[in-house]
Design a protein around this ligand. Sequence first.
Ligand SMILES: [Zn+2]
Ligand SMILES: [Zn+2]
Length: 162
Amino acid sequence: MSEINAAELRAKAEVATPGPWIVQGHEIVSRADVPSTSLQWPWVADVDGPFEDAAFIAAANPLVVIALLDDRDRLAGDLRTARRQRDEESEAKSGNIRALNRALTERDAALGHVEAALELHQPCLGCAVAHCFECGTDYPCRTAKALGLTPEQKGARDEPAS
Ligand SMILES: [Zn+2]
Ligand SMILES: [Zn+2]
């Protein structure tokens, strides 16, 4: 598609006889309300060619061309706004994804510390009184308690009433 020189087309439309135009016999005439002091004549052009061509020329009058160019400008503006919004949204989304990844990395590191602590603070079950390998105190030690570990309490659960 050939390049449309919108500015040149608009400049030409603005100085041409104002639309709307109609075909009248072998003439194209303007139906615009032209002030009586205006130098512009309602007559636009003589046409010798096919009626369809004359009809097209009349249809593509300055009024219509300017309206089309206005539409084009408005749509281009809408497109720019939509693109800017899309870019801002995708930027916000990647920001959120980066923050989530950071949080996941931090959580993984924290979980690693917890697992390392859990491995250290295991009960020694070989002795008469279970004690923590790491601390030497009765199990669960303070660290095991802090990590939410409690000794297995067999039979402590209430038997369901029969
Ligand atoms: Zn022991
Ligand atoms: Zn311990």
